[in-house]
Design a binder for this molecule. Structure first.
Ligand SMILES: Cc1cc2nc3c(=O)[nH]c(=O)nc-3n(C[C@H](O)[C@H](O)[C@H](O)COP(=O)(O)O)c2cc1C
Length: 168
């Protein structure tokens, strides 16, 4: 059973797990893909709770999220699905069906079109309301050198968190 939770109540756990890995699921028409993320921000903007996910332009996920209106974040908080997090963070949905290979099942979300990953403890359902491609010229040289030597910059997608659900 899952219950709706407030962002204030789960923000700490969310960030703690995010650093270890979470599933970002995207859907465009009949195509669904999942990739592991570790970077993201949860906060409050425009009088809404927002999750910002950062997706590099080389990802298959980028192709889909560009055409989508929502995304979901699925977080396993108890050490489960570690192998799947690793696989989905190293293999592309362009070449392999990650759901099939990892034995991951999709569950419908409550309020958005994009499904969530079965077996996780915390789900965020996000309606995409803004996006922001990184501007390399605004980035300190040190960060450019450390994270963008191949010019594969992130696009930031701002999702209004329309539902947050936690396993009871
Ligand atoms: C722990 C971990 C965290 C990651 N975080 C991100 C991230 O926040 N943004 C991103 O663009 N890629 C991130 N990646 C890399 C993607 O998950 C990886 O390139 C994936 O294979 C892309 O899949 P796709 O081509 O199916 O979209 C991460 C990988 C790992 C292992």
């Amino acid at each position: 059973m899952y219950k709706n939770v407030s962002i204030e109540d789960v923000a700490g756990k969310l960030v703690e797990q995010l650093k270890k890995g979470a599933f970002l699921t995207v859907k465009s028409q009949d195509k669904v893909n999942v990739m592991t993320i570790a970077w993201g921000t949860v906060g409050y903007i425009w009088q809404k709770y927002i999750f910002i996910t950062l997706v590099r332009q080389s990802r298959y996920t980028f192709e889909l999220i560009e055409r989508a209106t929502s995304f979901t974040i699925s977080l396993p908080l108890n050490g489960q699905l570690k192998e799947a997090l690793s696989f989905c963070g190293t293999r592309s949905g362009r070449e392999v069906d990650k759901f099939d290979k990892c034995g991951l099942s999709l569950l419908p979300a409550e309020k958005v079109d994009t499904p969530v990953i079965d077996g996780c403890d915390l789900y965020l359902e996000c309606q995409t309301i803004y996006k922001l491609p990184m501007q390399p010229e605004l980035l300190p040289e040190q960060l450019k050198k450390s994270f963008y030597s191949n010019d594969d910059y992130h696009v930031l997608y701002f999702g209004e968190i329309v539902t947050a659900r936690m396993k009871e």
